[in-house]
Design a protein around this ligand. Structure first.
Ligand code: DGL
Length: 280
């Protein structure tokens, strides 16, 4: 693993920017190559075989562009595609489910953990199984929130529509007694102020990005791949849909000028790198 190479990050859209933001905060010397599959967002209502196919094409692309390690910054593909991806590709691929679960188990005091996520993630039971494998006594209440991703993708992260949707999904969990809530979709940290307001001060929100990037740091350090010096190379952003709207919404959400240079690249329509060999 060459330290100078970038870290690959992918998601269905702008959600993975919450993880990229955390990489920049914790590992400011690293450069990022980001792929947002905006032509296919939302992932949350798609079948498992399709999600695996999309994630496979993206990981192949990121490896071909020189990624030294990859964060699957999407809970939905982390839930359903990680075993396939880790089996096929030799480079480290860090998911967001396990780190979030470990952080939530450390945070809970009453042993009642809520999970909000996409329909596909909730259907997979990935959070529930990961929690119960570590502590069989914990109560897990999971709720699919299909209205939230389209709002964030449109750059709408506050206001009456967001408040109504968050209240609809959250209030039953709060009434059931959760004291910890996993933001089990990488789009949701952009809604954290509204979610915290609805959940109240007694509920600890877990953004899995923090623990995920700690895991990335450990993986890079163990392989001698942590970058030790600053270099002026910028982060690179690619999308499968409209580059301008991604850069506009992304800039609104995280503010980075580099998003202006987002490029459109459709992997399924003749992208050169989708047929990556196993172990590449
Ligand atoms: N941000 C992704 C996740 O963490 C996917 C959301 C979607 O496209 O439905 O699950």
């Amino acid at each position: 693993m060459l330290p100078v190479h970038p870290v690959g990050v992918f998601d269905s859209g702008v959600g993975g920017l919450t993880v990229a933001r955390e990489i920049i905060r914790q590992l400011p010397l690293e450069t990022i190559i980001y792929y947002g599959d905006t032509a296919h967002v939302p992932y949350g209502s798609r079948p498992v075989d399709e999600l695996i196919r999309f994630a496979d094409a993206i990981v192949g692309f990121l490896i071909a562009r020189g990624a030294k390690a990859i964060i699957d910054a999407c809970n939905t593909t982390s839930a359903v595609a990680l075993p396939y991806l880790r089996d096929k590709y030799a480079i480290p691929i860090v998911g967001v489910i396990e780190p979030g679960v470990v952080a939530a188990l450390q945070a809970t005091r009453n042993g009642c953990i809520g999970v909000i996520a996409t329909e596909a993630t909730v259907a997979s039971n990935a959070h529930r199984e990961a929690i119960l494998a570590r502590d069989g006594k914990v109560r897990v209440l999971a709720r699919a929130c299909p209205k939230l991703v389209p709002l964030v993708e449109a750059g709408v992260v506050s206001g009456p529509e967001v408040e109504a949707a968050v209240a609809e999904y959250m209030l039953p969990l709060v009434e059931a007694g959760i004291d910890t809530l996993i933001l089990g979709c990488t789009h949701y940290p952009f809604l954290a102020p509204v979610i915290q307001e609805v959940a109240g001060p007694g509920v600890t929100l877990i953004d899995p990005a923090t623990a995920t990037v700690q895991e990335l740091r450990n993986v890079l350090a163990a392989a001698g791949g942590l970058r030790g010096f600053h270099c002026s190379a910028a982060h690179n952003f690619f999308v499968s849909g409209d580059a301008q709207s991604f850069s506009q919404v992304g800039r609104k959400l995280v503010g980075w000028p580099e998003l202006e240079a987002t490029r459109k690249l459709e992997l399924e329509k003749g992208g050169p790198h989708i047929d990556q060999e196993p172990g590449a």
